[in-house]
Design a protein. Structure first.
Length: 108
């Protein structure tokens, strides 16, 4: 399973929903969505700053979380959703070192 973070902004329509039903469990809706793509919600936070929501999930691959992003954005409840993938920097640097050892600059 891979770990992803998704940040998004609530739309005016979503904020109207907060006003009309402030006690609705928004995390429960996120849990259901992520479970439907075979994943697990690690955290769901409403935050202060340029984004309104930050969610951390474990899912099988990027396509799954990208599909969830499209589904949520198409509902009109969020906008400007961004997906960030947690990475293993040691693995990446190891791959870079191997590649660099086998690379010759053109003209060198």
């Amino acid at each position: 399973m891979a770990k992803f973070y998704m940040m998004a902004k609530y739309t005016p329509e979503a904020l109207k929903g907060f006003l009309s039903s402030p006690s609705d469990d928004r995390k429960q809706a996120v849990d259901k969505l992520v479970e439907s793509i075979g994943g697990k919600v690690l955290s769901f936070d409403i935050v202060r700053g340029p984004y309104d929501i930050i969610t951390s999930v474990e899912v099988s691959n990027f396509a799954a979380v990208a599909g969830a992003k499209i589904a949520v954005q198409s509902s009109g409840m969020v906008s400007d959703a961004v997906i960030l993938e947690a990475i293993d920097m040691t693995e990446i640097v190891t791959q870079a070192s191997t590649a660099l050892g086998n690379y010759t600059k053109p003209g060198a």
